[in-house]
Design a protein around this ligand. Structure first.
Ligand code: ZN
Length: 262
C-alpha cells in the first residue's frame, strides 16, 4: 500500500473528478490520500471529500499564500473547527501552514509579519490539540525551524522538502518527516535526489502535491495521486531498494507521523 501525504484533491484543476481521482489512485495501490485545507472557505469541502471516498483523510489550516486575505478571526474559526473535527476519524493534522518567502508580494515586511503571526498561532493550535502539522516551506527553512523550535508542535511533515542536509537534520531532530515527490523525478534536481538517496529512510514520506509538482513524465501536465507508485519507484531506484520496500517503509513513516490515519 502507498500513502500520498499531500494532495489538494479538492483543487479546481480536478473539476468534478476528485472522487474519480481517488478511485484511480486506489486502483494503483494508493490506500490513503491526505488532503490539506488552505483557507477557512474550503474546510467543509476537504472534510466532505474525505468522507465521500474510502481512501482519503484531511487536515485543517490556513496556507501562507491565503494569509493575505485571511482575517485574525479565521484563527478562532480554525481552533473551533479543529476542536469539532477531533471527533471525526478522517481528520488527521493541522495544515497546510507555513511560510512562503518566494512570492514577492508575500515578502513585503508587513506581509512577512502577518505570515509569521498566522504560522505561530497555528503551531500553537497544533500543540494544544497534540496534532502533527503539514508545513509549506519555501525560501523560509531557517525561519520555519526557529518558530517550530520555540513552539514545539507534535511533529509533522516538511512538505516538498527542498532544503539542505543540515536543515533536513534539524527537522528530523525536531521529530519531523520530510516529504518527497515529483521534484525528485527530474535528473537535474541533484540536491533533492542526493537527499532522497541518503537521508535515513525513516525520515521520508511520499507526496504528490497534486495538481502541482508534476513528475517528469507528466510535466507540465496536471499531477494526480495515482502517480505515487511511480514516484515511489524513483525513490526505490535512488536508494537501491525494491518498490515493495519503499511502499512499506514510507507508509509506516506516514502512519507514525500522522497517527490518526487508521
Ligand atoms: Zn500544498
Amino acid at each position: 500500500m502507498w500513502i500520498d501525504t499531500h494532495c489538494h484533491l479538492d483543487a479546481h484543476e480536478f473539476g468534478n473528478e476528485s472522487v474519480a481521482q481517488a478511485a484511480l489512485a486506489r486502483a494503483q495501490g494508493v490506500g490513503m490520500i491526505v488532503i490539506p485545507a488552505v483557507e477557512t472557505a474550503n474546510f467543509a469541502i476537504v472534510a466532505q471529500l474525505a468522507a465521500s471516498v474510502d481512501n482519503a483523510c484531511y487536515a485543517l489550516g490556513i496556507h501562507p499564500i491565503y494569509v493575505p486575505h485571511a482575517e485574525e478571526d479565521h484563527l478562532r474559526v480554525l481552533r473551533e473547527q479543529v476542536a469539532a473535527a477531533m471527533a471525526d476519524p478522517n481528520f488527521v493534522a493541522l495544515g497546510e501552514i507555513g511560510l512562503d518567502f518566494f512570492i514577492p508580494m508575500l515578502t513585503e515586511p508587513a506581509m512577512r509579519e502577518k505570515q509569521e503571526f498566522f504560522f505561530r498561532e497555528q503551531l500553537k493550535i497544533a500543540r494544544d490539540f497534540e496534532l502533527p502539522v503539514l508545513m509549506h516551506v519555501r525560501r523560509s527553512q531557517d525561519v520555519v525551524l526557529k518558530h517550530v523550535r520555540q513552539i514545539r508542535p507534535n511533529g509533522g511533515i516538511a512538505h516538498a522538502f527542498n532544503g539542505s542536509a543540515q536543515q533536513a537534520k534539524s527537522y528530523i531532530d525536531l521529530g519531523f518527516k520530510l516529504g518527497f515527490g515529483g521534484a525528485m523525478t527530474f535528473t537535474r534536481a541533484l540536491q533533492i535526489r542526493r537527499l532522497a538517496a541518503e537521508l535515513p529512510l525513516e525520515a521520508i514520506v511520499l507526496e504528490t502535491d497534486a495538481p502541482d509538482i508534476s513528475p517528469s513524465w507528466v510535466h507540465p501536465g496536471r499531477n494526480s495521486p495515482d502517480q505515487i507508485p511511480r514516484i515511489g519507484a524513483v525513490l526505490a531506484e535512488l536508494r537501491g531498494l525494491t518498490v515493495e520496500e519503499v511502499a512499506a517503509a514510507t507508509s509506516v513513516n506516514a502512519c507514525a507521523i500522522l497517527p490518526r490515519i487508521k
